[in-house]
Design a protein around this ligand. Structure first.
Ligand SMILES: C[S@@+](CC[C@H](N)C(=O)[O-])C[C@H]1O[C@@H](n2cnc3c(N)ncnc32)[C@H](O)[C@@H]1O
Length: 289
């Protein structure tokens, strides 16, 4: 696999910057109504908006089928999925790089009388023994950690043989990558590739996006013996970022984004371009027995 589009290496300084980004702006917090003192009501609304925006997420996760299963979720944001696993009766454990996420989620669990183990930790160094979990789930996270392959090796290690790996990773090529590239690339005299522009400008520093082929190769390489590339289910999806239907975070509050959103030919993008150029890629594979 060629990673010439962006540097990929163990990088603790980059990881500190990733952590600082998410400590300050937990994913999904922009939907929260800070004037609402009722944490359950405030975050029920946040969850509703997140699932509406990521319309494919709940069906892909399969919360309802996880009753009684041991689930590890890595990268928690405001905990929408973690609480969904817990409500569905899964024996769920959650790990996030940030204190902000973990503290918020503990408060949410307490407020709903739910139980789950939630802790600060790093996808690249998971604090669990081998073969502990039936499901490893991570939505929109492993492209943010500096050494994605190391995180994948950890995911396979903690899964039981026959266990299921479920990820959402950023996909390339995508409509969103080209939109961001236009804005931060040629229009500013920057000749970097679209992937490099995503790396430098989307969410936390160092955000990667992968082709289907790269993900297949990376999974086969990290799983050890026995994972057939054809058995991996990959599917790109047009996401709210491709369709510009997402709530703009602080980073995108400038007027140009408002204008682009209002004139954006959404129906045409859906009809003519479609999912194969979507920014989200769902990935599902089973650990070889
Ligand atoms: C884009 S948010 C996604 C959160 C959640 N999965 C969601 O979709 O709402 C990325 C999350 O991953 C966490 N994260 C990033 N790198 C991580 C790492 N190496 N280990 C654990 N968590 C990490 C961040 O702190 C942040 O909460």
């Amino acid at each position: 696999m060629s990673f010439d589009a962006f540097p990929v290496r163990p990088d603790e300084e980059l990881k500190r910057r990733v952590k600082a980004h998410w400590e300050k702006d937990p994913c999904g917090i922009r939907y929260a109504d800070s004037s609402n003192a009722d944490i359950v009501a405030a975050f029920t609304d946040v969850d509703r908006q997140l699932y509406q925006q990521d319309y494919m997420r709940a069906a892909f996760a399969g919360f309802e089928q996880a009753r009684g299963k041991k689930v590890l979720e890595v990268g928690l944001g405001v905990g929408s999925d973690l609480l969904s696993w817990a409500r569905a009766g899964a024996d769920v454990c959650g790990v996030d790089l940030t204190e902000t996420s973990v503290n918020l989620i503990r408060r949410r669990l307490d407020a709903e009388g739910l139980h789950a183990r939630v802790m600060v930790g790093d996808a690249e160094n998971l604090p669990f023994g081998d073969a502990q979990f039936d499901i490893f789930y991570s939505w929109g996270v492993l492209h943010h950690t500096p050494d994605t392959e190391k995180a994948l090796r950890q995911a396979w290690r903690v899964l039981k043989p026959g266990g299921t790996l479920k990820l959402m990773l950023y996909h390339y090529p995508s409509v969103f990558a080209y939109l961001v590239w236009m804005l931060y690339g040629p229009l500013r005299g920057n000749l970097a590739s679209p992937r490099r522009i995503v790396f430098d400008h989307v969410e936390s520093p160092g955000t990667k996006s992968f082709t289907e082929q790269e993900v297949r190769e990376m999974l086969v390489r990290t799983a050890g013996d026995g994972l057939a590339a054809e058995s991996i289910k990959l599917r790109p999806h047009l996401a709210s970022s491709d369709l510009l239907t997402f709530e703009l975070s602080e980073k995108y509050r400038e007027r140009k984004w408002q204008i682009i959103r209002s004139i954006y030919p959404r129906a045409l993008v859906k009809r003519l371009i479609g999912d194969r150029f979507g920014f989200f890629m769902t990935v599902e594979a089973s650990k070889p027995r």
